[in-house]
Design a protein around this ligand. Sequence first.
Ligand code: AMP
Length: 282
Amino acid sequence: MKVFYTKKEISEFVNSIIREGKTLGYVPTMGALHQGHGSLIEQSITENQVTIVSIFVNPTQFDNKADLNKYPRTLENDIELIKKIDASIVVFAPSSKELYANDVNSKSYSFDGLEHEMEGKHRQGHFDGVGTILDLFFNLIKPTNAYFGEKDFQQLQIVKKLVSKLNLNVNVVGCNIFREHSGLAMSSRNERLSKEARAEAAFIFKTLKQAKIHFGTKSAAKVEEWVTNQFAKNTHFNLEYVSIANVNTLKPVKRKSKKQQYRLFIAAFIDNIRLIDNIALN
Ligand code: AMP
């Protein structure tokens, strides 16, 4: 299996694929791969002639140095896992120095307000970091299709906005959330949960599903209040935010309309580990 570490190697490979006129699917990841990533990779393989997976823990999207340092790094396992899916997949695993040289800073982007909602309020500079690295990766890899999980729904919408603002010729594909048997959304961070906390974390999706039912008859504000109360009663969790938002603007819902689509988003801490999840409401 091909594993590239430098911009020169990946560029040469990409240019050869473009010369051959093949479609190129791209799955950006931060590694510590699980079946959620696996489902994106499988979709890319089905829909493209060549698939590239990048593995890079991007420092500029972390507002918290401790979180960056604690982020799991399991490159050898990741490469083995990818090889098992399909040995023709190409892995790009650059170092931070290779990508950023000595300037580990974000560029500044406007995503028309999407960046100021939810995660944007709680993770300072996060989406500028995401924009910076994807701007770089998209220009290097020039994919036909790029795959992103609805697990990070706000990120997915921001990536679509980035592509449209930068006028890039990339089709951004949103993929369903892949869940553990318990309903917990798969995440590299789940590895850091104790056995008890991991079992308890199934509470998140259980609550989202019940909230969806309530949304059929109650206002958005009432459903948010109900979710807040459920979390307040559960001593294992600290709820950071709950928001029922329009899927396009990500702005909180004031009054429901049948013509609009909504999702419920939450971020919560358990065992000091921050988990996010969301569910389509209609
Ligand atoms: P990460 O490595 O966490 O940056 O994630 C890389 C990509 O995988 C992002 O597009 C995520 O949204 C996606 N992803 C992560 N977890 C899941 C999941 N449980 N289901 C679907 N996609 C996911």
